[in-house]
Ligand binder design. Structure first.
Ligand SMILES: Cc1ncc(COP(=O)(O)O)c(C=O)c1O
Length: 403
């Protein structure tokens, strides 16, 4: 008789965005005349850049021609894309990454969930609180997190690193040493980021205690300040203790197109076992590659035109972020983030995060994300995203100012 993975039964409720989706559907069904604006889920609204579209069309034509047709992609991804990543994301920042350390995937969500496959169940993870829910939930599915306590909203075998206004929304080195540390900068959901010196402290700490950092840099393109590192490998020694995950979703609008990559340096070892080799084995066994046409589209992001066009998209969203920040301040809210990240994190002035969600939905017909959905320290906060259209962003903020 088959047995199920009972770890799934320990997961609390439904995934945050499913709950939001259900609430919004119910509200719309009861109020069909209302025009609801979503600044909730972190999905982009701008179409793909013209140079990306051209690359897609060209690649589709290649697929229709027997001389240029492509079947399965190479295990790690096409070299043209890995070369572009190495040169633009790393070499240009003084970081030496080999293309054999770059693994092309269908996005950062799957990579950040799947990376746990190469680690034993007996690892204790540390996460920021609040946190992008995928890290904790996927570790729970793997049986690494202990049991969930409904009252504290915490797992028994997870080290939570509170990121609150008292800590400047930065995690502090935990009292208990973890084996795996998840860090995400610029941060979802708080929009906070980290200086190079502060990140270096995490690298030094991980090296000292023999921990592995999983560094999610999905929002790297939104960094606007000088002393903020774009890659963890800008820090000394990081190649011996960190895996970096990147995405094409937010810098180039690939949320529906799907493309990302993970860097696992050869220096990252346990004894004489390279984690890179384990990830290569996993990748080759469980994943059959991102589509050729999408990898060509990804390559176009690094072309001169592609860079200019995608930078304009990021600038558009960051102008939305500025509008949200300034309007909320005018309305008397205390706001954080929105400078190096497309997320604005606001203090709900004493209301619970879900109360604030309901008020905003019912009174302003605006959807945001309750901070508590990202972890207990997110209670009393609320996340708005800058990924809406300019028109909707302005309209949403006018409505919020009125309540
Ligand atoms: C921190 C973080 N990592 C990863 C992802 C997922 O990226 P992708 O679309 O590449 O799966 C998101 C998406 O919102 C995110 O916020």
């Amino acid at each position: 008789m088959f047995k199920i993975n009972e770890n799934y039964l320990k997961l609390p409720g439904s995934y945050l965005f499913s709950t939001i989706g259900r609430k919004v559907r119910e509200y719309k069904a009861a109020n069909p005349d209302k025009d609801v604006i979503s600044l909730g889920i972190g999905d982009v609204t701008k179409p793909l850049a013209p140079s990306v579209i051209k690359a897609l069309h060209d690649a589709v034509d290649e697929m229709g021609n027997p001389d240029t047709f492509k079947g399965y992609a190479p295990d790690l991804g096409y070299e043209f894309l890995r070369n572009a990543i190495r040169d633009n994301d790393y070499k240009a920042r003084g970081v030496d990454i080999d293309i054999d350390e770059i693994f092309i995937s269908d996005g950062a969500k799957s990579d950040s969930g799947n990376i746990g496959d190469i680690f034993s169940k007996d690892n204790k993870i540390a996460v920021c609180d609040p946190v992008y829910p995928v890290y904790v939930d996927t570790n729970a599915m793997a049986g690494r997190t202990g049991d969930y306590n409904l009252e504290t909203e915490k797992w028994s075998n997870v080290i939570y690193m509170p990121c609150t206004k008292e800590t400047g929304f930065a995690p502090e080195i935990p009292l208990e040493n973890p084996d795996i540390i998840y860090l995400c900068f610029p941060n979802n959901p708080t929009g906070a980021t980290i200086t190079k010196d502060a990140l270096q402290e995490w690298v030094d700490y991980a090296l000292k205690i023999g921990a592995c950092i999983i560094y999610d840099a999905a929002y790297e393109a939104y960094i606007s300040e000088e002393d903020v590192p774009h890659s963890i490998y800008e820090c000394e020694g990081a190649k011996a203790c960190a895996i970096e995950i990147r995405s094409f979703s937010k810098n180039a609008g690939f949320t529906g197109t799907r493309l990302g990559f993970t860097v696992v340096p050869k220096e990252l070892k346990k004894g004489n076992v390279m984690l890179r080799d384990l990830w290569a084995r996993r990748h080759g066994t469980k994943f059959n590659g991102a589509p050729y046409i999408i990898q060509r589209a990804g390559e176009a992001v690094y072309s001169k035109e592609g860079k200019r066009e995608t930078r304009e998209q990021v600038a558009y969203y960051m102008e939305n972020a500025r509008i949200i920040r300034e309007s909320l301040k005018e309305a008397g809210y205390t706001v954080y983030g929105g400078v190096n990240a497309p997320y604005i994190w606001l203090d709900t002035n004493g209301a619970s995060s879900w109360e604030f969600f309901d008020t905003l939905l019912e009174k302003a017909n605006v959807v945001g994300t309750p901070g508590s959905g990202f972890g207990p320290s997110g209670e009393g906060y609320f996340r708005l995203t800058a990924f809406g259209t300019r028109e909707n962003t302005i309209e949403a903020l006018e409505r919020i100012k009125k309540i």
